[in-house]
Ligand binder design. Structure first.
Ligand code: GTP
Ligand code: MG
Length: 236
């Protein structure tokens, strides 16, 4: 095969994979839209704090006078560790292991929803949080039928991540800037980070938080509740 033929074949195969994914994602979106479930796809580089944010969310929602019915799907290349961390908070969680794939896809989420349905009634959930595989590049290309992609950026990674990963930051509905307790110790210009992200995505909600100190987490919970309320209203 010539280089040109190889390129065309590669593009055709990639297109088919994404088309199939989109069809499965549409089916998930239809199902969870009729259930009125708000679906969040959490994306970040490894270690930015996705699972910790989910754990803190569980703590803040636990015992709250406006409880939410929610569940979590965890995506990792290997181990059940993140799902175990979430289950310790009494939140139903299903772990997907991708065995090498750097992102979740809609087929994997379809299987996880079947497993979740055996533990809790998915049709009755207010909120489903999907933690994607730690990676700022590939997850954004695969629609999971979510309502919102949320990118978690930690200040420890530096302020240049929005400009270097424009697809992910450009297509997110919200950017949670985590680990702000570390700002005195790391070289991160928060203003630059926010203006770079907003420059490519003016509608981006920006939520600075510290999962360590709890600072800013009430704004995160309010953002989630607003999403849950509007999805619920649309389903009525
Ligand atoms: N100082 C500080 N550390 C934090 C904060 N949030 C999370 N961490 C720490 O950061 C490390 C990684 O957190 P995780 O929540 O496991 O990160 P993750 O994004 O889920 O990682 P992967 O699932 O591997 O992609 C852990 O040691 C957390 O305790 C924070 O706000 N401040
Ligand atoms: Mg994690």
């Amino acid at each position: 095969l010539s280089d040109q033929q190889t390129t065309q074949t590669t593009i055709t195969v990639q297109r088919r994979i994404l088309d199939t994914n989109d069809q499965l994602a549409d089916a998930i979106r239809r199902r969870l839209t009729s259930a009125g479930t708000f679906v969040v796809n959490l994306i970040s580089s490894p270690g930015a704090g996705k699972t910790t944010l989910i754990e803190k969310t569980a703590e803040l929602l636990d015992g709250n006078d406006r409880p939410l019915r929610w569940a979590v799907v965890e995506g990792d290349i290997a181990t059940e560790q993140d799902a175990d961390r979430v289950r310790k908070h009494g939140v139903p969680a299903v772990q997907i292991n991708t065995h090498g794939d750097c992102h979740l896809d809609a087929r994997m989420l379809t299987g996880a929803l079947e497993a979740l349905d055996r533990e809790t009634q998915v049709a009755k959930l207010d909120l489903l949080v999907v933690e994607n595989v730690g990676n700022l590049v590939c997850p954004v290309e695969f629609d999971l039928g979510e309502d919102a992609k949320v990118v978690v950026a930690s200040v420890a990674e530096g302020d240049d991540k929005p400009s270097k990963y424009p697809s992910t930051f450009g297509r997110a509905a919200a950017m949670v800037v985590n680990k702000i307790d570390l700002l005195p110790y790391v070289d991160c210009n928060l203003d630059r980070m926010v203006s770079d992200a907003r420059g490519m995505n003016p509608a981006l909600a920006v939520i600075p938080v510290s999962c360590r100190t709890g600072e800013g987490l009430e704004s995160w919970i309010e953002w989630l509740r607003a999403g849950v309320a509007s999805k619920r209203a649309a389903a009525l």
